[in-house]
Design a protein around this ligand. Structure first.
Ligand code: GLN
Length: 297
């Protein structure tokens, strides 16, 4: 039988520069900066080649098309310098949506997906409720909620015009109808009240070395919560009661070691603690609060 070997895709043993070996070499180098070096390498090469990751994984023996290897080396150098993969690719998956992200916005984190799930669970008893995402950044919380519950009316505010432009563009790209408003916390909202206010404020302590380390590429304003990390949370707790509808809930994300302090602060500001929850890593991560209702006379 005559087998045409040129039609088979078996890797040639002498081949060292196919897609697979580019990934393997990059993954070895990326182990110094990444917790998922192989995945990073595959995604970077897919990004440089303008193809899906599955094509890179499925055809390791193929040669990179012209120009791809140079583009790959350029993005690999940025990643090796510590730049987050999400900024290099310009995208991050969050909950059930994919978001465009730029250095104007915090990269949405998996722990914040738990906040969205909690908001959705609360909202289930009120299908037409109004939701405010306070400090929306890329629009992650607001858009994930709107995607899951189209009947809910969602407002997203941020004090950063740059962030708000990213959130609006994400809303347009996803075809989700939310209101985006430039506002320093509640300042631009007049006397408006909401059934649900969800907030991922900056909560990293100013002295935390991560701010100048792993987090240095992300907007400091979205991360730095002052000396004890609780400055923004104090402002939100002060202003929220005037913007919560009767029976409304406030969800706040906080640092893994801040729950005791946040609960004490919230009680001091007259809130009832509905629940205090952990994220998927098992770390205390957010609280659900309600304003104490006046007792019936
Ligand atoms: N979870 C983020 C981090 O520790 C901080 C996010 C924030 O300050 N809201 O990297």
């Amino acid at each position: 039988m005559n087998i045409d070997r040129s039609r088979t895709h078996a890797p040639r043993p002498d081949k060292t520069d196919g897609l697979g070996s580019l990934v393997a070499d990059a993954a070895r180098a990326l182990a110094a900066v990444s917790a998922a070096p192989r995945l990073d390498a595959e995604l970077l090469l897919a990004h440089a080649a303008g193809v899906s990751r599955s094509r890179i994984v499925a055809f390791p023996e193929r040669d990179p098309p012209a120009g791809v290897e140079a583009r790959f080396r350029a993005v690999l150098a940025r990643r090796l310098d510590g730049e987050p993969l999400a900024y290099i690719r310009g995208r991050k998956d969050f909950h059930a949506i994919s978001l465009r992200v730029t250095p104007d916005v915090l990269i949405p984190r998996p722990e914040t997906e738990c906040l969205v799930d909690e908001a959705l669970a609360i909202g289930d008893s009120r299908p037409d409720c109004s939701v405010l995402d306070l400090g929306t950044g890329s629009g992650a919380i607001a858009l994930a909620i709107k995607r899951a519950r189209p009947s809910v009316s969602v407002t997203a505010v941020d004090a950063s015009a740059g962030a708000l432009a990213v959130a609006s563009a994400n809303a347009r790209a996803l075809g989700l109808d939310i209101r985006c408003l430039e506002s320093d916390w509640f300042a631009g909202l007049g006397a408006e009240r909401f059934d649900l206010v969800a907030c991922n404020p900056p909560y990293v302590r100013s002295s935390d070395p991560c701010l100048d380390g792993d987090l240095r590429h992300e907007p400091r304003r979205a991360l730095d919560g002052g000396g004890d990390g609780l400055d923004a949370i104090r402002v939100v707790l002060t202003e929220a009661p005037a913007h919560l509808a009767a029976g409304g809930a406030l969800l706040i994300e906080h640092g893994h070691d801040q729950q005791t302090d946040v609960v004490a602060l919230a009680s001091g500001f007259g809130f009832r603690i509905v629940t205090a929850r952990r994220d998927l890593s098992g770390l205390p991560r957010f609280v659900v609060l309600q304003v104490h209702e006046p007792r019936p006379q």
